[in-house]
Design a protein around this ligand. Structure first.
Ligand SMILES: Nc1ncnc2c1ncn2[C@@H]1O[C@H](COP(=O)(O)OP(=O)(O)O)[C@@H](O)[C@H]1O
Ligand SMILES: [Mg+2]
Length: 243
């Protein structure tokens, strides 16, 4: 069964200045005083998500949302606590997914597709469908630096969706999209959950989450502040953040 179980997740980052002089670092090492400066980002998060759910993840900048997705997606390896992820994960975080502006759409599709775990033959087979879903047929041989932000987003989303994920993690993926492509993407994401999968969306557009999620989780300074019905959580979040 597809599910995500997180118990008491704690994550800190090393924030020691990296440019300290070598001599000074060696001095500290020798004196066994190599002090680590750390910043706790997630401070004991527990949650379970079952297959079939679209979950919204909200919270102010720096509250730990992207870190949380990266941990679930296995991008960050070091943490304390337990993370159990059952299902094939595709994460689209920051939309970068390694798109190289100097390469063409097709070249980028092979590159990003393989970074997301697709075999060459699979990408070849799905190429037309990827380009079609992104609505970029006219730009197959155009270099990506000539693309608008929206076109890049469409390509990244289309490639990610073609990996057939059971768990889809999206970090602010709707920011550059027009309504048409937003709705088209949401429809695909709903299909994932109808097949028993999980979708987690980090998003600042609260109405979008209220319309499409069953549940919203609100992170505040590395802790879950609320976890519940979209309307209730979004209302309270808006109230608290009013001027
Ligand atoms: N690789 C990293 N190294 C050090 N600090 C980081 C790193 N990634 C994130 N952080 C810090 O973790 C905190 C939470 O970041 P993030 O998870 O990106 O928040 P959000 O996505 O909610 O805006 C921030 O204070 C950020 O500076
Ligand atoms: Mg973020």
């Amino acid at each position: 069964m597809i599910e995500i179980q997180i118990k008491n997740l704690y994550k800190e980052f090393d924030v020691r200045a990296k440019n300290k002089r070598l001599l000074k670092q060696m001095y500290h090492l020798i004196r066994h005083k190599f002090t680590r400066e750390t910043r706790p980002v997630l401070k004991g998060v527990s949650l379970n998500i079952k297959g079939g759910e679209i979950v919204g993840l909200i919270g102010n900048n720096g509250s730990g949302k992207s870190t949380m997705l990266r941990l679930i997606g296995g991008i960050h390896k070091r943490y304390q606590g337990e993370i159990k992820v059952e299902g094939k994960v595709t994460s689209l975080i920051g939309l970068a997914i390694g798109l190289n502006p100097r390469l063409t759409l097709i070249e980028n599709t092979y590159l990003a597709g393989s970074l997301l775990g697709m075999a060459f033959s699979e990408i070849k087979e799905k190429l037309d469908s990827i380009v079609k879903f992104a609505e970029l047929e006219e730009f197959r041989d155009t270099k990506v630096y000539q693309f608008s932000q929206g076109m890049r987003s469409r390509l990244a989303i289309s490639i990610a969706l073609h990996t057939d994920p059971e768990i889809f993690l999206g970090d602010e993926i709707f920011t550059k999209l027009d309504e048409h492509f937003k709705n088209k993407t949401l429809k695909e994401l709903e299909k994932i959950t109808l097949n028993g999968g999980i979708v987690i969306l980090v998003e600042h557009q609260l109405e979008l989450l209220e319309d499409h999620c069953k549940r919203i989780i609100w992170l505040e300074e590395g802790l879950i502040k609320r976890d519940g019905k979209p309307g209730d959580v979004a209302d309270e979040y808006e109230r608290v953040n009013e001027f």
